[in-house]
Design a protein around this ligand. Structure first.
Ligand SMILES: [Zn+2]
Length: 124
């Protein structure tokens, strides 16, 4: 496990996240992720620390209002958020990790378009 740093485009939002050296991220095809090209690195809350930018974060919610889509109100980049699939964790946008810090990354496609069917059906 190593500590990565990252943030939004304008640099107001900065965070650090603890994750494996060989990153496994998911590429979701749901309505919002496909539009923004978001790559999910999902971590428990304890492995994420917001360093700055809490005052510029804006929340966008839709559908079930479980996910809290947090984006920078200055540059518009969603560098992390609280996902519907893991409401007690964070999803970090792997595209927003600092350049040069990522050594290995495997991208796994996820069927977010049919989230209700696939994700909920998998739960006991
Ligand atoms: Zn920003």
């Amino acid at each position: 496990m190593i500590t990565y740093t990252g943030g939004c485009h304008c640099g107001r939002v900065r965070f650090e996240v603890i994750a494996p050296r060989d990153l496994r991220v998911t590429d979701c095809d749901c309505s919002i992720c496909s539009m923004s090209g978001y790559l999910h690195l999902t971590v428990p809350k304890s492995d994420f620390r917001l360093l700055s930018g809490v005052q510029v974060l804006t929340t966008y919610q839709f559908n079930t209002h479980t996910a809290r889509h947090l984006f920078c109100s200055v540059c518009g980049i969603k560098s992390f958020y609280v996902p519907r699939s893991h409401p007690d964790g964070y999803s970090v946008n792997a595209r927003c990790l600092d350049e040069g810090s990522v050594e290995q990354m495997t991208v796994v496609p996820v069927d977010g378009k049919n989230w209700e069917k696939t994700h909920l059906a998998a739960k006991p």
